[in-house]
Design a binder for this molecule. Structure first.
Ligand SMILES: [Zn+2]
Length: 143
């Protein structure tokens, strides 16, 4: 017995092809899957099947990856399960990008504003004659 899925649109060519190998006496049933029985591949790319877009919890994994890519902390996936998944990924990526860029800029400014770390060559205490000699040297440099 053959089954023709009616929840998808068939082209004549597809129907012809599906019926090609069938015997003339074969019975054909037509029907659509119940919504709950329709399984889609999880958008995150794990290969899991779900009635919606994602397996439970996988949406946050997928969206945080998009944000990591925006921050330059992760590589963009080479392929997506479907074009809609890529659009969704880009939506989260593009939302994070200006925030990530602003944070990176702020960090750069803060780094630039930081005073240089003094290099301490000696921690030997300097006292008396030696100290006044050193002070003379320093003040001479200033003048
Ligand atoms: Zn998944």
């Amino acid at each position: 017995m053959m089954r023709i899925e009616t929840s998808k649109k068939w082209t004549v060519a597809e129907l012809r092809e599906a019926l090609e190998g069938a015997n003339a006496e074969d019975q054909v049933t037509f029907g659509s899957l119940r919504k709950a029985d329709q399984k889609n591949e999880c958008w995150c790319g794990c290969g899991g099947l779900t009635g919606g877009k994602f397996c439970p919890g996988h949406d946050s994994k997928f969206h945080s990856l998009a944000k990591c890519v925006a921050r330059g902390e992760a590589e963009r996936p080479e392929s997506f399960v479907c074009p809609e998944a890529e659009v969704d990924f880009d939506k989260w990526h593009d939302r994070e990008k200006p925030i990530a860029d602003a944070k990176a800029n702020l960090k750069r400014v803060q780094e630039a504003a930081k005073p240089p770390t003094p290099i301490v060559e000696s921690v030997e205490p300097v006292e008396g004659e030696e100290l006044s000699e050193l002070l003379d040297e320093v003040t001479a440099d200033v003048e």
